[in-house]
Design a binder for this molecule. Structure first.
Ligand SMILES: *Cc1c(COP(=O)(O)O)cnc(C)c1O
Length: 216
């Protein structure tokens, strides 16, 4: 199946309230152009340098989403154009994004990443850290970032009940966050292997790579 066929097939199964981020990391520009010509405008990358190069090369109406782990010293390279940063996992990073957004006279949208998986290798805050951050005066003083929701990655396992449980836990935290601050709209959870489950558990944004572009 072609990239356009894959996209069409996936989009046909997504409810209207779920946004598709086409994860194009490691893929050549030609693959992104094929998806673009099939109507896709939202792309996700996990390396700032690669995303910046693609931003330079490709049409300017693409929305670039940073889905990977972000090093503070690289924020400046994406600040002029990034649309949404999914993996914000510390207050220090949020402060740096705010600083670089300000330099570019922008407000950058962010998702806070919550650690839900069993593996200790996946990044993210726990719910106590999240609620401490959003209750602080320092957080509320940041004018050039806008936190619009949460992101999480489930454990890499065939055990569907475990994955479901982790997504459900993230959704519970999301609901609590929505009650505490304004403007919380986006719950980024679900990848090629688990996005259907994620949508059943309340995802509003799925990040799909290999099911669109093939394996990496
Ligand atoms: C690579 C990646 C994805 C996409 O994974 P697929 O299994 O190829 O769909 C989603 N989210 C993050 C954070 C990723 O790094």
């Amino acid at each position: 199946m072609s990239i356009a066929d894959n996209l069409q097939h996936i989009k046909a199964t997504l409810p209207q309230h779920v946004t598709l981020v086409a994860v194009s990391k490691t893929k050549p520009n030609a693959d992104l152009v094929e998806a673009y010509e099939a109507g896709q405008r939202i792309f996700g990358e996990n390396k700032i340098q690669e995303m910046s190069q693609k931003w330079e090369d490709l049409p300017k109406d693409i929305e670039w989403h940073m889905i990977g782990h972000v090093q503070t010293n690289k924020v400046k390279y994406m600040a002029p154009f990034v649309h949404l940063v999914h993996g914000v996992d510390s207050f220090k990073l949020l402060k740096e994004i705010n600083k670089q957004a300000k330099k570019n006279d922008r407000v950058i949208k962010c998702l806070l990443q919550i650690h839900i998986a069993e593996e200790t290798t996946k990044f993210g805050l726990d719910s106590d850290e999240l609620f401490t951050i959003i209750a602080s005066d320092d957080f509320n003083a940041l004018e050039n970032i806008q936190v619009i929701g949460l992101m999480g990655m489930a454990t890499f396992t065939d055990n569907k009940e475990q994955v479901r449980k982790e997504f459900r836990c993230l959704k519970t935290i999301f609901d609590e966050l929505q009650r505490k601050i304004e403007g919380i709209t986006t719950l980024s959870m679900g990848m090629s292997g688990d996005y259907k489950l994620a949508i059943e558990e309340g995802s509003t944004m799925v990040r799909i790579g290999s099911s669109i572009f093939g394996s990496r």
